[in-house]
Every structure is written in structure tokens, then in C-alpha cells.
Unconditional design. Structure first.
Length: 346
């Protein structure tokens, strides 16, 4: 008989809580999984119940998605959780057949189905490119916003859509969804993006360094104009980014190796919560000068460099011109080769 591999997930949220627990049970053997939540945060607090089951504690203030990634196959399952509904949720995922059986569904699960179908079509190769995937996802998002402007999902979709539409359309949709949803932090993110959209850019090799001020963890203000005549690595990260944390030791090693030869590393956090930023700083010790403007993903610096994935690196030569742009936690060796080239290491 064919062996069946299942994940069984139990959700339990109370309206008065600021967290949700997710119990993930693997009923046929064991495979490594990663749980992501809210803006790509990785590493929810977990407690092992037994050899098959682990409880994840996820901070929650507003409705948002949880992503469960099978690390061996990279299969991704997504589902919403919401403290407004006082109910247990049980979800069973059959990773052999790909079928998902959900019980105790939330009211908007059916409305979310098209979004999930687009994702599954892309994973199955029915949508051939990332560009076409984004096109269909954005098309669905706009249709949903127009049809359901009072739904929280309209805010969620608009937030994901912001960087792909012009500012006039962004303002139009912002005004459409604001009536019932302006209390959500996600709506504040939309407002913040509109305010900072003038900084949006498409950087190229040869472009000049974008000078900025930002806060250091001790409260001092960092002024980038103070850096001159050095090779600079601008490193974008945030507190919940697992790949960023994994890149940090190698980046620190690179900084220590070449700082005496004129290397400067600026570790720029795109957190919007100062406490999270400081805790992560203590835990992972980012290289060089560690700063943040605490604006989050709508930071003018992030928009200027079109940061779309984390960790993200921009390397500048001694005249503060862009020499390389790359991203990914396995890209530090490539960054090191570029640094050695610019410093003049034989």
C-alpha cells in the first residue's frame, strides 16, 4: 500500500489574544518544514510536543497568512488566521497527492481560492514565467479590490500591489478601501508607501550613492555623507528574515578581513519596530554600521534601490558609484570577489 504523508494543523485563536498557536503534526515519517508569517518573518517560537508534532506560537494583531514550506520539496501551503473568529482550525495536507482538506474554514477562505489557484498553476508550470504569475496575481488583486473594497483582503491585496501600480491608482484604491479598514497596520503601510513613493527608483550600475540619515541602536544619528574614499557594501535585512541572519556571519568575516583596507559595511534594517530591531541586533550582530529609519518596507532607501528580496546587497566603489547589485544569503562570496576587485586585492 502506498505510504501517505500528512501534515495535520490545528489552529486555536482567541479574540483577546495577541498570538495564535499552530500545531503541525506529521503523521507519516518526518520532514523538515519552515513556518513563515506576516511579511515573510521566519522562526516562529516553537515547542516540540512529541516526535511528530510541534506547536508554533505566532504573534498576531490583524488577519494574515501563515506559510508552511516543506524544505525538501519546497511545496508551499498558505492559510489565513484571524483573531476575530473564536474557533479551532484543523487543516490536513496530503503531500503525496497535493490535496488539502480544510475544516472550520474562515469566511474569506472561498474568496481566497483564486489567489491560491494562481499560485498552484505557477508551481505546476501552467503559468510559465514569474512575470506572468505577477500579472495574473495583480489582475486578481485589482478585481478583488473593486468588488470587495470593505473587506480586509482588499487592504492585504492593495499592500501587495502597491509597487506595481502608478501612484494615482494607488491613491484611488487607498481611498476605496479606507472606510472600513483604516484601523489596520496594513492600511498605515499603504499610506506610508504613497507618502514615500517619490523615492521609488530603478538602480543601475554606475549610479551615485543615495545619501541618507538613519538611527543607530544607541540613538545616535548616522550620516552617510561621512563615508568617503571607501568601498561600501550596503546590506538590507530585517529582524524576521532567516536568510538575512544566515548571511551575517560571512558578511562579518568579510568586513573584518578588509576593513583595514578601506571596506565599510552598512547593515540597514527595514524593520518598523525598534524593539524587534534591537533584539535581532543583539542576537545576530550585523556587520559594520547597523542602522534603520524604522519605516519598514516603505523606507525611502529601500524604495530607491528597488529592494525586492532579502538579503539584498548593493556594492559601491571608492567614488560611491554602484558596482554590483545582488540578493540571496548565498551571495556573500560573490560580494567578496567584487570587494576584492574594488580594493585591489591580488
Amino acid at each position: 500500500m502506498r505510504s501517505i504523508f500528512l501534515f495535520s494543523l490545528l489552529f486555536y485563536c482567541r479574540l483577546s489574544w495577541s498570538q495564535c498557536t499552530v500545531t503541525i503534526c506529521q503523521t507519516c515519517g518526518h520532514r523538515d518544514i519552515t513556518v513563515f508569517y506576516k511579511d515573510g518573518n521566519e522562526g516562529a517560537e516553537s515547542t516540540k510536543v512529541n516526535d511528530s508534532c510541534t506547536v508554533y506560537t505566532i504573534p498576531i494583531e490583524t488577519p494574515h497568512k501563515v506559510y508552511i514550506v516543506d524544505d525538501s520539496t519546497r511545496n508551499i501551503e498558505t492559510l489565513w488566521n484571524d483573531i476575530r473568529y473564536k474557533k479551532n482550525r484543523t487543516v490536513t495536507i496530503d503531500h503525496c497527492t497535493g490535496q488539502v482538506i480544510k475544516h472550520d474554514t474562515l469566511p474569506y477562505d472561498t474568496e481566497e481560492a483564486l489567489d491560491m489557484q494562481i499560485t498552484k498553476d505557477y508551481q505546476a508550470g501552467k503559468i510559465s514565467t514569474q512575470d506572468s504569475f505577477v500579472y495574473y496575481l495583480n489582475l486578481h488583486a485589482e478585481k478583488y479590490i473593486n468588488a470587495h473594497p470593505d473587506s480586509f483582503l482588499a487592504v492585504y491585496y492593495l499592500k501587495s500591489l502597491m509597487r506595481d501600480i502608478d501612484i494615482d491608482k494607488a491613491i484611488k484604491y487607498r481611498d476605496m478601501v479606507s472606510k472600513e479598514n483604516n484601523r489596520y497596520p496594513e492600511f498605515k503601510d499603504i499610506d506610508s508607501y504613497i507618502q514615500n513613493a517619490r523615492y521609488k527608483s530603478v538602480p543601475h550600475v554606475g549610479d551615485t550613492f543615495f545619501e541618507f540619515h538613519a538611527k543607530q541602536t544607541d540613538g545616535a544619528i548616522f550620516d552617510s555623507k561621512g563615508i568617503s574614499g571607501k568601498v561600501v557594501v550596503l546590506f538590507f535585512w530585517y529582524s524576521g528574515c532567516g536568510p538575512c541572519h544566515r548571511a551575517m556571519p560571512a558578511l562579518t568575516e568579510l568586513y573584518n578581513k578588509y576593513r583595514s583596507k578601506g571596506l565599510e559595511v552598512i547593515s540597514f534594517s527595514v524593520d518598523n519596530n525598534e524593539e524587534d530591531w534591537k533584539k535581532s541586533t543583539l542576537a545576530y550582530k550585523p556587520a559594520g554600521t547597523n542602522v534603520s529609519d524604522l519605516v519598514g518596507f516603505n523606507s525611502p532607501l529601500m524604495l530607491h534601490y528597488a529592494v525586492s528580496s532579502f538579503p539584498f546587497f548593493v556594492v559601491f566603489d571608492r567614488s560611491k558609484k554602484i558596482s554590483m547589485i545582488t540578493f540571496g544569503n548565498d551571495e556573500v562570496p560573490l560580494v567578496e570577489r567584487k570587494v576584492e576587485e574594488l580594493i585591489g586585492v591580488k
